[in-house]
Design a protein. Structure first.
Length: 300
C-alpha cells in the first residue's frame, strides 16, 4: 500500500483519503461527537503500519470542525472555545500543581503564520504570580508560562534549541505548541482546529521541515494545537476540476503550481478570531475555574 503524499497536516484528512482505498484500515479507530455548532472527530492511530500509511505518528488526533466560524458569531466561537477546553483537559496532566509551557510557533511578520504568537499574546500567564500575590488570592490558577520563539530566518536559532533551553530551566509538566497548518480541503481553512498528543514538526505544512518537537526530543509530553491557514494551489485546482471528472492534475500543472500556497483574503480578521478561540480554550483548560464563568470569550 502506498503512503499518502504529505499535502495535509490534518490526520482526519489523511484518514479520509486512505479510506477511499482501504475502508477498513486496521490500526485506526475513529469516533465522532456532534454538538450544536461543532463536529468533533477523534482519530486514534494505534500502530506503526497505520502511522506509515497516514504519514502521522501513532497517537490521538482530535479535529474540531466549526463551519460557521467565519460568520464571527459569538455563540459559535464560545462553543468552539469550550469544546477545545474540554478536549485539552483530557490530554493535560490533571494535578493542581502541574505547570505548563506554551510555545507560539510561527512568524509574527507573516499573517498566515502568526497564529502561534497571537495566541501567546492572549494567554493568562501565571508562573510569576506566586512571588507577588498572596496564596488566598490566586484563585486556584495553575502555573503557565509562554513564549514565541520566532522562526529560524528571524532569530538565527532553531526553535528546538530555544525550547530545549527553556524546558530545562522551567521544567514544565507539559509543553503545548500552537502553530498554523496546511489542509487538503479548502472548506477546512480557518474553520478547523486540530489537537494532537504526538507533538509537532514546525513548518511541515509548507514543506519547511525542522526538528520535531515531541516527548522524545523535549523529555516531557508535547501537545500540538493547529489551525489550517493555507492550502496548496494544486488542491484548489483539483477541487475546481473535479465536477468535470478530472481527479488529478497533469504533471505539467503540478510542476507549474509547485509549492504555491493560498490563503483567504479575510485572513487578518480570521487569524485574530481563531487566536481568541484557541487562547480562551487554553486558559479554561489550564485553569478549570474559568470554565465556570458564563463566557470564555467577551461578548461581541
Amino acid at each position: 500500500m502506498k503512503r499518502l503524499p504529505p499535502r495535509t497536516d490534518l490526520a482526519l484528512e489523511a484518514h479520509e483519503e486512505i479510506q477511499t482505498l482501504h475502508p477498513r484500515l486496521p490500526g485506526v479507530e475513529t469516533k465522532e461527537v456532534h454538538r450544536t455548532h461543532v463536529k468533533i472527530t477523534r482519530v486514534f492511530i494505534k500502530d506503526d503500519l497505520a502511522a506509515s500509511l497516514l504519514g502521522k505518528p501513532p497517537g490521538k488526533y482530535v479535529t474540531l470542525e466549526v463551519p460557521r466560524i467565519r460568520e464571527r458569531d459569538h455563540d459559535v466561537a464560545e462553543e468552539a472555545a469550550r469544546s477545545l477546553a474540554d478536549e485539552l483537559a483530557e490530554l493535560l496532566p490533571p494535578e493542581e500543581e502541574a505547570s505548563f509551557l506554551v510555545a507560539g510557533l510561527g512568524n509574527w511578520h507573516a499573517t498566515a503564520d502568526s497564529l502561534g504568537p497571537k495566541v501567546v499574546s492572549r494567554l493568562l500567564v501565571t508562573r510569576h504570580l506566586p512571588e507577588h500575590v498572596p496564596a488566598d488570592l490566586r484563585g486556584g490558577l495553575r502555573s503557565v508560562c509562554a513564549l514565541s520563539p520566532g522562526v529560524l530566518g528571524l532569530t538565527g536559532i532553531e526553535t528546538m534549541e530555544i525550547l530545549e533551553g527553556v524546558v530545562e530551566r522551567v521544567k514544565p509538566r507539559a509543553v503545548i505548541c500552537v502553530d498554523a497548518l496546511a489542509a487538503r480541503q479548502v472548506s477546512r481553512i480557518l474553520t478547523t482546529i486540530q489537537v494532537a498528543d504526538t507533538g509537532i514538526q514546525p513548518g511541515s505544512g509548507v514543506g519547511n521541515y525542522r526538528r520535531g518537537l515531541d516527548r522524545e526530543s523535549l523529555g516531557v509530553p508535547v501537545i500540538a494545537i493547529g489551525v489550517p491557514t493555507v492550502v496548496h494551489a494544486s488542491v484548489i485546482a483539483r477541487e475546481a476540476l473535479a465536477p468535470a471528472g478530472h481527479e488529478s492534475l497533469s504533471p505539467a500543472l503540478e510542476i507549474r503550481f509547485g509549492d504555491l500556497m493560498v490563503t483567504p483574503k479575510e485572513i487578518d480578521l480570521m487569524i485574530d478570531e481563531l487566536a481568541d478561540i484557541v487562547a480562551a480554550g487554553l486558559n479554561a483548560a489550564f485553569h478549570p475555574r474559568l470554565r465556570e464563568k458564563s463566557h470564555l470569550l467577551s461578548p461581541v
